[in-house]
Design a protein around this ligand. Structure first.
Ligand code: BES
Ligand code: MN
Ligand code: ZN
Length: 512
């Protein structure tokens, strides 16, 4: 379900607002932002007095809630620490936005007017700040408690947010950014909900049903589900080998978004949809195995990106393709040493049944050749090695087409959902040699594991411009704050937005 939060863009002075809560910034050390200054003047120096007394330093992550400020029209003022003005970069702004949103949720106010889009952030304009604020508010209000028998929503949740832009000239671009931000946040929320769902509920069949639900919400989306008999008939021996040990039937889910001209080639997003990865016969160790419910986060991000795309009505043709399987051990399961024939005709010796993502993706990649795609991006929680290489901040990026890699790098920067490119050199390929088949599904050692997985996929992506995103480190958080992140929906949505702009799209022309 989409968010219930209602956002509006406004331009006006803070002292004139009638709202339940004003959020104003204060820099370190105790220096007021422009909005805080205006409010201070209207309240006879109430804020400057308080800052002089030392009640708020203005450090990031600090805030102070004031009630019934004399001479003001508002019930509450939340002062938000912004750190030093000259240190205000992307990271700091996102930190301030997240903290402000979390603090606002605690106030008991159901509406708030936020004056943070005026903060000067190096290299960023108002629209980026609006999008970040929307993202932060939506993140702070996200709960996944449908499986708790007692749900405790905040007594009076935030419902209405006014985002203030510095001048009337910013209103149009602010509205556009709001529209984009809400669409992206809606996609992020869907992706989190799917990712967090437990694996006894979230099976390939359930994912196919979720695709139907999404399509019924957006008429521009159409769903086709290929069943195991269809996959056998096509010859998807690699995909079917992964699902063999499971009681859950495999599905190949196809979502078609058609809002471009017939001549426009489709952009394709392929999402790894392993609803639970036990490792199969090459069984994983027990510790943390529950987190392998997140092995369908690539698939979930395809749902989320298509949702954002459909909500924005981008004039593009986009295909979402989701090979969905469960990887389990069992008497019928694929064994290490088995040789299968992929849809491409290339044979694969499966040396490790835990390297299953590449096996389902390779058949999906071959399948999509017949749609003559403009670009193909696969998104997969593919390798633990990617986490070792890059940590948990950027997505791993691989591509056979430098302009596509650059477009994804640019989209990641713009959306603050960044990628880092790793090499896909021919030198690595011989690592996949097999004595018995055209290739093995893993290399003989652990060197460059994320690269070797990408090398495997590249053998099935020779007929189109292709990029691979390894999201093993970025799709979910472990530990106390365990949960899906909704990444890389902001990146993918931005990539599609950029393609729409290339095709001449303007927000004004799309407005109803
Ligand atoms: N889904 C896992 C990758 C993974 C592991 C993502 C942990 C996030 C956290 C994938 O299917 C897998 O098991 N990969 C193996 C490959 C190996 C057998 C070559 C891995 O990374 O260990
Ligand atoms: Mn695995
Ligand atoms: Zn996996």
């Amino acid at each position: 379900m989409a968010s219930l939060m209602e956002f509006t863009i406004k331009s006006g002075n803070p002292e004139k607002q009638r709202t339940a809560c004003l959020a104003l910034g204060v820099y370190e050390s105790r220096r007021m932002t422009r909005a805080a200054e205006l409010f201070d003047r209207a309240t006879n120096g109430y804020l400057s007095n308080l800052l002089r007394r030392g009640d708020l330093e203005g450090k990031p992550e600090q805030s102070l809630l004031l009630l019934n400020v004399p001479g003001s029209l508002v019930e509450r003022v939340l002062l938000v620490g912004c750190g030093r003005e000259r240190d205000l970069d992307d990271r700091r702004f996102r930190q301030i936005a997240a903290h402000a949103a979390a603090a606002l949720q605690q106030t008991g106010a159901t509406e708030a007017s936020i004056y943070l889009a005026e903060l000067p952030v190096k290299g960023r304009e108002v629209p980026w700040k609006i999008r970040q604020l929307v993202e932060a508010v939506e993140t702070s209000s996200y709960h996944f408690d449908q499986f708790k028998s007692k749900q405790d929503p905040p007594r009076r949740p935030l419902r209405k947010i006014m985002l203030n832009v510095p001048s009337r000239r910013d209103l149009a671009s602010g509205e556009q950014a709001l529209h984009e931000g809400v669409a992206i946040a809606g996609g992020v929320k869907l992706t989190k909900d799917l990712g967090n769902a437990p694996p006894n509920l979230c099976t390939p069949t359930w994912l196919a049903e979720q695709a139907q639900t999404l399509a019924s919400e957006f008429p521009a989306l159409q769903v086709t589900v290929l069943e195991e008999v269809d996959l056998e008939q096509l010859g998807m021996g690699a995909l079917l080998a992964v699902s063999r040990g499971s009681a859950q039937p495999a599905k190949l889910i196809r979502l078609d978004y058609r809002h471009g001209t017939a001549a426009q080639k489709p952009h394709v997003l392929v999402g790894k949809g392993v609803t639970f990865d036990s490792g199969g016969i090459s069984l994983k160790p027990g510790e943390g195995m529950d987190e392998m419910k997140y092995d369908m986060c690539g698939a979930a991000s395809v749902f989320g990106a298509l949702r954002a795309c459909a909500e924005l009505q981008l004039p593009l043709n986009v295909i979402g393709l989701i090979p969905a399987v469960e990887n389990m051990p069992g008497g019928r399961a694929t064994r290490p040493g088995d040789i299968v024939t992929s849809l491409s005709g290339q044979t694969v010796e499966i040396l490790n049944t835990d390297a299953e993502g590449r096996l389902i993706l390779c058949d999906a990649l071959t399948y999509i050749e017949r749609d003559y795609p403009a670009t193909v991006i696969d998104i997969a929680t593919l390798t633990g090695a990617c986490i070792i290489a890059l940590g948990r901040h950027p997505h791993g990026l691989f591509s056979n087409h430098p302009p596509l890699a650059h477009a994804l790098e640019a989209a990641g920067q713009a959306a603050s959902d960044r990628v880092w490119e790793l090499p896909l050199w021919e030198d690595y390929q011989e690592g996949l040699d097999s004595n018995f088949a055209d290739m093995a599904n893993v290399a003989g050692n652990r060197d460059g594991g994320a690269i070797m997985a990408a090398c495997f996929l590249s053998r099935f992506a020779k007929k189109f411009h292709w990029a691979h995103l390894d999201i093993a480190g970025t799709a979910w958080k472990t530990g106390k704050t365990k949960g899906a992140t909704g990444r890389p929906v902001p990146l993918l949505a931005q990539y599609l937005l950029d393609r729409a702009v290339d095709a001449g799209w303007r927000y004004e022309s799309a407005a109803d």
